[in-house]
Design a protein around this ligand. Structure first.
Ligand SMILES: [Mn+2]
Length: 235
């Protein structure tokens, strides 16, 4: 089983899409399942938009993989809240904030990681807003060009904030991550979101953080008796 996330495909970036396609082929050849822990797309407006931009070959490859019986799971990230149902239509199995995988005696919690960051108050306000019932209800009512405008607005706000306060520099709440593992009787927790590789071990329980993707490498965890962080580069 391979776990990755924070691919951040951009609608205009065919290079990153090509790398993800090669990664998906490698996953199908080497693993029995692929888990995406969120932020696969930089933003998601809907399947119609996805089929018109650089997402198109990725959407087609995910549909092809799942139709051929290769399971692809999706754990929602902070940029995926708008269209989990639509991702289901591509054949993906969509989970909520966290999912637990058991491999023999080894249990791993996989989550995007945004709920385990302490101190980011303005992000928590933003998350409450976009995940609210009213916002979601509105999303289904408006035509896709309005969704696109909203996505650009939210993205602009996020980029401005990145420039100002560097939210990726926020520390992870290790006691909270350990509490999640205790609650799920898991030995490890895998997360992304902060785009940096870190490992925190507390009383035999380990939290592993996934670095973000770049244009030439796709970091991912390979789950075995002990999970390892690997880097995919196309040959
Ligand atoms: Mn991300």
């Amino acid at each position: 089983m391979w776990v990755t996330g924070d691919v951040h495909l951009d609608p205009r970036d065919a290079v990153r899409a090509e790398l993800f396609l090669a990664f998906l082929r490698a996953a199908r050849a080497s693993a029995d399942r692929l888990v995406l822990l969120g932020d696969l797309f930089d933003y998601w407006i809907g399947p119609a938009h996805a089929r018109r931009c650089a997402y198109a070959p990725v959407v087609a490859a995910l549909e092809e993989a799942t139709a051929a019986g290769f399971p692809v799971d999706f754990v929602c990230g902070n940029r995926d809240f708008l269209g989990p149902g639509e991702l289901r239509s591509l054949g993906l199995t969509v989970h909520g904030d966290a999912v637990v995988y058991a491999r023999g005696a080894q249990r791993s919690v996989v989550t995007h990681g945004d709920l385990l960051v302490s101190g980011d108050r303005s992000y928590k306000r933003y998350r409450r807003c976009v995940r609210s019932a009213l916002f979601r209800f509105g999303y289904w009512l408006v035509p896709s060009f309005v969704r696109l405008a909203v996505a650009h607005l939210l993205r602009g706000a996020s980029e401005r904030k990145l420039a100002k306060v560097e939210p990726l520099a926020f520390p992870i709440d290790v006691p909270l991550a350990t509490a999640w593992q205790l609650e799920h009787e898991a030995e490890e927790l895998l997360m992304g979101h902060l785009h940096r590789a870190e490992t925190h071990a507390v009383d035999g329980r380990t939290t592993r953080m996934l670095p973000g993707w770049t244009d030439d490498c796709g970091p991912h965890f390979v789950l075995g008796p002990a999970s390892s962080l690997e880097t995919f580069t196309p040959t």
